[in-house]
Design a protein around this ligand. Structure first.
Ligand code: ADP
Ligand code: ASP
Ligand code: MG
Length: 453
């Protein structure tokens, strides 16, 4: 039996957190492969450094080193510290070489390389700490593990097949010889041998891809809350933990804004029917959430509500568009060429509307250029928020839409766009960003804490 155990930023963000993580790992009864994020704050620090440009290199290295060494001093003494420091310096020198070469700053994948540096050092801390607890452990980078990625900078996808063959050679033999590998999350390596990150929060996805590649029996996501909850507890303080969910429910919520899982975490697990557990590293005794393939009826009509902000509605207009399917195909084709995610599509007789990220508007408007003559106009409404509500068999529940929109009315919000019926587990709609928090709270109150079951 093999478990992939992923620890997020706060779960490895201090000496105490690392101690907790190491205790959880060594007390697990199965074989395990560990995946880590950078210590909390480190990726943001590196992203900010990139924005500042190369001039502050010395300061960046100093702060980066201080943060990690301060933690290492709390964890290791004497020879153990020296052994850690030797590997640490080796990795730090590699980072310095990459960062200080002006040629590298022109490389499209340079930001991926720099922003993924934190994982190389958190993995080192954790592997050394596991050794102090009497177990064999090795810190392994994605390069060494053979995690293969492809795609645009900062937006990689894991090549699961090639990762499986790479890891079969590099990691599996270690696991069976009793070593606990601690692998860097967040990135893989592309065909040119360059680090390519999976988007912010991508260590969850890396863990799921590693679980898929190794045919794991379970993927555990260790984080700072008691599992997948009925809403983001930072927005809704009385949110409750959902003990069981199926893959579709978790995937919809993650894609539409539930930050507890990277949007693409579920698919690599679902493909091989590998269960995903979300657990609290501060309270390992709590059950957390188990996400699996089964569909079991729950006693609530709505399980969870998530929101995704910074979106825009792009409406393309053309007379009797509904009768001109080929024009619709052309419009969709242009969006396909722009290669951007679309969060919802809705149509009427003479319009088709797409929900996209604010940052993608210029790209989409540019992509429409070649078919300008075929369309009558394009409207853009920016800064809207998508609300995603998820429950069992939403399509078959009589009156559920009325009740959801009743809660939207309680919040005094206007609905700008609706997407219903495409998925049987979710009902999504768009509201102005200024009313989004209130909408989430009113829905949560009506369906989860308020007792409308
Ligand atoms: P990690 O560093 O462990 O990857 P993240 O900060 O990425 O942790 O994700 C955990 C956070 O996700 C929680 O602290 C919580 O605020 C937020 N979150 C958003 N939606 C949910 C939800 N539905 N259930 C649980 N947590 C959520
Ligand atoms: N460290 C990366 C980030 O902050 C990846 C992750 O934490 O999952 O985005
Ligand atoms: Mg995360």
């Amino acid at each position: 039996m093999l478990t992939v155990m992923k620890f997020g930023g706060t779960s490895v963000g201090s000496a105490e957190a690392l101690e907790r993580a190491a205790d959880i790992i060594v007390s697990a009864r199965t074989n395990r492969v560990v995946v880590v994020s950078a210590m909390s704050g480190i990726t943001n620090f590196l992203v900010a450094a990139l924005e500042d440009g190369p001039k502050n290199a010395e300061k960046v290295f100093r702060e980066f080193e201080e943060r990690h060494i301060a933690v290492a001093k709390q964890l290791f003494e004497g020879e153990r510290f020296d052994a850690f420091k030797e590997e640490f310096d080796e990795r730090l020198n590699q980072f310095k070489e990459v960062y200080t070469n002006p040629e590298n700053w022109k490389d499209p994948y340079f930001k991926d390389n720099v922003s993924s540096q934190g994982e190389r050092f958190s993995s080192l801390l954790l592997a050394h700490l596991i050794r102090t607890k009497g177990h064999k452990s090795e810190a392994i980078t994605s390069e060494q593990a053979g995690i293969v990625a492809f795609g645009q900078p900062l937006n990689g996808t894991c090549d699961l097949e090639r990762t499986a063959s790479g890891m079969g050679m590099s990691v599996t033999p270690k696991v069976y010889s009793g070593i606990i590998p601690v692998i860097t999350g967040f990135y893989g390596v592309n065909d040119e041998g360059k680090p390519l990150t999976f988007g912010r929060g991508g260590s969850d996805y890396a863990a799921a891809a590693i679980g898929n590649a190794l045919d794991a029996d379970m993927i555990e996501i260790w984080t700072d809350v008691n599992g997948f909850m009925s809403a983001d507890p930072r927005i809704v303080p009385d949110a409750v933990t959902i003990e069981e969910m199926n893959f579709s429910e978790a995937a919809e919520l993650a894609y539409f804004g539930a930050k507890v899982l990277h949007p693409r975490t579920i698919e690599p697990a679902r493909m091989k029917h590998i269960g995903v557990k979300i657990k609290n590293s501060y309270h390992p005794e709590n059950f957390g959430t188990h996400i699996h393939n089964l569909r079991r009826k729950s006693d609530t009509r709505l399980k969870s509500v998530a929101m995704k902000s910074d979106l825009s509605i792009i409406t393309v207009k053309s007379g009797e568009l509904a009768y001109r399917i080929k024009l619709i195909a052309k419009i969709v084709d242009r969006i396909g060429d722009a290669d951007i995610p679309v969060y919802a599509i809705s149509t009427s007789l003479s319009t088709i509307a797409f929900l996209v990220h604010n940052n993608d508007i210029t790209k989409i408007l540019g992509a429409m250029g070649p078919i300008k003559g075929d369309i009558e106009g394009i409207d853009v409404k920016s800064d809207v928020t998508l609300i995603c509500t998820v429950g069992d068999d939403m399509l078959d529940q009589k009156g559920i839409s009325g009740d959801v929109f009743g809660a939207v009315k309680d919040a005094g919000a206007n609905v700008e766009m609706i997407s219903e019926g495409a998925s049987d587990v979710s009902l999504n709609f768009v509201v102005p960003t200024e009313s989004a928090l209130q909408v989430v709270r009113c829905i949560h109150k009506r369906f989860i804490t308020g007792g409308s079951k």
